[in-house]
Design a protein around this ligand. Sequence first.
Ligand code: DGL
Length: 270
Amino acid sequence: MDNRPIGFFDSGVGGVTTIPHIMRMLPNESIIFFGDTARTPYGSKSAKTIRQFTLQIGKFLRNNDVKMIVIACNTVSSTALELLRKTYTDIPIVGCITPTAKEVVKICDKDSRIGIMATKATVKSGVYEDKIKSLNRELFIKSIACPALVPLIEEGIIDNEIMDLTLRYYLDDFIKENDINTLILGCTHYPLISKNLKRLYPDIKIFSSSKEVATAVKMELEAADILSDKENAKSIFYASDLSENFVNMIERILGRDSDELNIKFKNLDI
Ligand code: DGL
């Protein structure tokens, strides 16, 4: 048993999409979330910069005595997971790629034409293809970088024509040319636009991994015997730029008013 909080982080608000699953599956767990809204997006930055930011956030979470770190960001998971694991050998570090890849292999077969939407950094790393192919070499996979999506989502530009046009700009030809029938949301921001995707591409299976990440967290906590039994677990949401949008998006994702949530500014003293 371990009642210390779990630390989650992302470049921005996207990683919060994993939190409702955690709250449902593990109601006794306290959560410290950090969104690096001052420096988002990470996906178009170099691996060196992403690793440097990751170490700063890791230090902040560790200073808050977390018992586990969850990288609720595919970009960081594909670029700096091993670095974080080497830095903090005494606590479990959970990323997004392996839980997602394992589920993709379960739900797909030889007839699946898999398209992975992700940031530039995630696509460039090739880790999704490598991981999925290592589990099933026969699957057809193509990836596409969609760098304009995260800035739009962070701005709250979701339920409108601009988002739809941007999605069509990236995906129409990609889907047609590769005969894609399954789209994997390889970025934790993208569950926020899954409604747009379902409306624009009703015949395509859309797979978001937020729930799989939560399941992986649960399994790791059980394996290490560090589940919490705290009655009134608390969550704190930190952002490096406490914008109105960050607050609005958290309210939207968690379906709660900000008055009921503990949302704070945290400068990482860069
Ligand atoms: N949510 C992050 C991910 O899963 C977004 C990265 C970005 O900031 O570009 O990759």
